[in-house]
Design a binder for this molecule. Structure first.
Ligand code: PMP
Length: 285
């Protein structure tokens, strides 16, 4: 395996950044993850747009143009012989003596890219079975719209999920409303048969898979409301699922141990998974 580190590809096992990289010391950086279908980037434009938005929000300079970055991402995919998988990009503010305030003058942002294979057959089997989520209190900061590498609450939440045999943890705010997953957006098909997912005016990440799936849903003419739901509504829902570049559209059949519907992936989630993958494959670049 090979990783891209600040301008060159190096062996993955030897890839390293400086101890005073601000990502390492202060989580002062952002990241993006693209699904790879047939060796191509899925939802490429959406992920690029969010990357620029995240960098701008933190006043980190764009390390390269979209064109140049596309070339490097493709090279990471090629060198790692990834046909089906994911590519990860991280940009930090760079290396500077430890100080909370930004280095002045600014230093070049540090860029790391890795690519890995995903066994789609294993992923399909997991989706066909349906997976579990647990809920945890929302403890994150007020700028969850920035795809920051500061993921400690997400890591702690995912560990709780792991310990309960669940694939994901859903954060729940003080109102009892689900915000999103630790690394995915949360959806239900509510008791009235409407698709529901929290609006992005709230403090959540604007999932690119979420956004593409909304297009799929509009094309399919399915009823949808960008409205938050409570844990109780999720438990009483017909179906539940999560979306993300890693999970695509993944049926959820258990929330905090309570069975959703008949305990099997629902028809809507199953259909949306298929439609999303078809569309993403066709549009991959
Ligand atoms: N919410 C959070 C907190 C995430 O980390 C992710 C995955 N990066 C998502 C939602 C889903 O976003 P996307 O569909 O762009 O992968």
């Amino acid at each position: 395996r090979f990783a891209y580190v600040n301008g060159r590809f190096v062996r993955h096992g030897e890839a390293a950044v400086h101890i005073e990289d601000r990502g390492y010391q202060l989580a002062d950086g952002v990241y993006e993850v693209w699904a790879v279908f047939g060796g191509k980037l899925a939802d490429a434009a959406g992920h690029f747009a969010r990357l620029w938005r995240s960098l701008d929000a933190l006043k980190i300079a764009h390390p390269m143009s979209e064109k140049a970055l596309t070339v490097v991402l493709r090279e990471a995919i090629r060198r790692n012989k990834v046909v089906e998988g994911m590519v990860y990009l991280q940009v930090t503010r760079g290396v500077a003596p430890r100080d909370h305030a930004f280095p002045n003058p600014a230093v070049p942002p540090a860029v790391v890219i890795t690519a890995k294979r995903v066994d789609r057959a294993v992923a399909e089997a997991k989706a066909a079975k349906g997976q579990s989520v647990v809920t945890v209190p929302e403890t994150r900061w007020g700028r969850c719209d920035i795809k920051s590498i500061g993921l400690l609450p997400n890591a702690l939440a995912k560990q709780v999920a792991r310990e309960h045999g669940a694939v994901e943890a859903w954060f729940v705010d003080e109102m009892g409303l689900v915000t999103e997953g630790a690394s995915s957006n949360a959806w239900i098909v509510d008791a009235e048969g409407r698709l529901r997912t929290r609006d992005t005016q709230a403090n959540i990440l604007r999932g690119i898979t979420r956004s593409s799936l909304l297009d799929v849903i509009a094309e399919a003419g399915l009823p949808v409301a960008e409205q938050p739901f409570t844990v109780e509504e999720a438990k009483a829902a017909r179906e539940a699922f999560i979306t993300g570049a890693g999970t695509l559209v993944l049926p959820i059949v258990r929330v905090d141990g309570a069975q959703i519907g008949d305990g099997a992936p629902g028809p809507v989630a199953t259909r949306l998974r298929r439609l999303y993958i078809e569309r993403a494959k066709a549009a991959a670049i």
